[in-house]
Design a protein around this ligand. Structure first.
Ligand SMILES: Nc1ncnc2c1ncn2[C@@H]1O[C@H](COP(=O)(O)OP(=O)(O)OP(=O)(O)O)[C@@H](O)[C@H]1O
Ligand SMILES: [Mg+2]
Length: 326
């Protein structure tokens, strides 16, 4: 672990809530987030995502282990950590009655900016988060996506080195999610390190450079989205035959290429096979069907998805094993 290039470093962090269920919390949580990158913390409900964010943001004390954020120790240098981070929690801290600009100005003043600097910063953030048209709209009248963008803007009044975002787009419609994703990408382009938690695997796939999968308070897999997909997911080859009568012959042709059980949907005349070497399977299957003179209506490769990885890890991997993907 390198504390100079890592914006977040956690090792062996433990947290047991007083009166909480046995094992709930964090049980040896390790994380390393490179400066200027986006890390997605994924895991089922109760896995410990919010607990991890709260500890890293110094809102909650850890019981054991160590964590550093922006180079500072979260326990012994908590005040310094706070000066270098932004936090967007699940629920917004913005004032409902105030307009977007007023909210930004207020947070600027709370962060000791002069009136003039606060105004300049507010204008810059309104621009950056595409909120200029809503500058004079009270927060209570914003759409979900605009509101979440205002949350982000408010947390960036004094440009933090590291931004923690707990579930950036929960409850937003697809358009709102796209708006927030664009806002997060803008931040990253400007050099902010982002640690986000999400239940939406597509969100992690879209935004994160690396993903840590959390289960029962510890990281059970870590890597780039592609690493995780190729390690824990399956490539599928789908074929659709022209006629139902060809299904049996097609099964016999496909069997040698299949790395697992065939899935057959007779009604749609579709056969899906898991494959290991995508291209070899594709060319081999194409040739075999040509040789057998069986016409195909469709032939396609399907890449594994993060959903598949998530389901796999949350069903079959015991929590005391740590397959390292990095
Ligand atoms: N204040 C608390 N007191 C006792 N137990 C708690 C407290 N906060 C969280 N827990 C427990 O700790 C575990 C981890 O909770 P946490 O909120 O970190 O999970 P999460 O991964 O963020 O879940 P979600 O996806 O639902 O937001 C859960 O079992 C939860 O019930
Ligand atoms: Mg949570």
């Amino acid at each position: 672990m390198n504390s100079r290039t890592s914006a977040v470093l956690a090792s062996g962090v433990r947290k047991q809530y007083a009166g909480g269920a046995e094992g709930a919390g964090l049980n040896g949580f390790d994380l390393e987030v490179g400066a200027g990158t986006v890390c997605g913390l994924l895991g089922p409900n109760g896995a410990g995502k919010t607990t991890a964010i709260k500890i890293l943001a110094t809102l909650l004390a850890l019981d054991a282990g160590q964590a550093r954020v922006a180079g500072f120790n979260v326990v012994t240098e908590a005040a310094l950590v706070r000066q270098h981070i932004g936090l967007v929690g699940q629920y917004a801290a913005i004032d409902e009655i105030l307009t977007c600009r007023q909210n930004l100005m207020l947070f600027g003043r709370l962060n000791h900016l002069s009136g003039r600097n606060a105004r300049q910063r507010a204008d810059h953030l309104l621009e950056q988060f595409d909120l200029v048209a809503a500058a004079n709209t009270p927060a209570s009248k914003l759409s979900g996506g605009m509101r979440r963008r205002l949350d982000l803007a408010v947390s960036l009044i004094v440009s933090p080195q590291v931004l923690f975002v707990d579930e950036p787009t929960t409850g937003l419609d697809p358009a709102g999610r796209l708006e927030v994703w664009a806002a997060i990408r803008t931040l990253v382009r400007e050099g902010t390190t982002v640690l986000l938690t999400t239940q939406y695997l597509e969100e992690a796939d879209q935004l994160a450079d690396r993903i840590s999968m959390l289960k029962a308070g510890r990281v059970i897999a870590e890597g780039t989205p592609d690493d995780l997909k190729s390690t824990f997911g399956t490539n599928w080859l789908d074929i659709v035959v022209d006629g139902v009568a060809d299904i049996d012959a097609a099964k016999a042709i496909l069997q040698p290429f299949a790395a697992g059980e065939l899935h057959i949907d007779a009604e749609s005349r579709r056969i899906s096979i898991p494959v290991q070497d995508r291209i070899r399977a594709l060319t081999g299957v194409t040739t075999a069907f040509e040789d057998a003179q069986i016409a195909l209506e469709d032939l396609s490769l399907r890449r594994p998805t993060l959903d598949e990885v998530f389901l796999h890890l949350n069903s079959s991997v015991p929590t005391n094993r740590q397959p390292e993907v990095a």
